[in-house]
Design a protein around this ligand. Sequence first.
Ligand code: ZN
Length: 199
Amino acid sequence: MELAARTGTTVELSAGDELVVTNTHGRQVVDTWALSAEKPTRFLSAPHTWMHHGRLTIRVGDSLMDNTRRPLLSMIEDSSPGDHDMLIPSCDLARYRQLGVEGYHDNCHDNFFEALAAAGVEAPQFVPQPLNLFMRVPITPDGAFSIDSPLARPADHVRLAALEDVVVVLSACPQDLAPTNGVGRTPTGVAYEVIGRRA
Ligand SMILES: [Zn+2]
């Protein structure tokens, strides 16, 4: 399936399903959330994932923990150089205001709510911290960070396995004023595929 540039979608996964997200053109960040299908107040939580692994980043083999410290997903494959940010909040209209945008600007915050509404899924009251697939945010020893152009190449992909029934939300980040999606500042679409347990 194609996820058009600047848009979001939901993907429903049953326990055992795998979701492959492919960076079709390279350098595109994909804001990613996961909610328990049974109880959407349980959601993928960045701080609980940091705590579980003792670091601020994730690697192949790591579980993605929810806010009740249960694993929702596992990252089982990653062909990219391995940058996946879990520190930077999703872009929103307030961020684009800071960057000088006066009218509406597509944003991952709105994509999150719109995708869940379109799927009829009860959304949390706020946007959880996303897992920003392919986003490159180097952190220096003194704690400073920067948002750099991603190193992900065309066709790089990650594979996530669902450990229970979950609703994943994907947003092809529409940031075109910072190098989040490359120095060309040109958001692109990505592709995703669900590989069923019994397929
Ligand atoms: Zn964004």
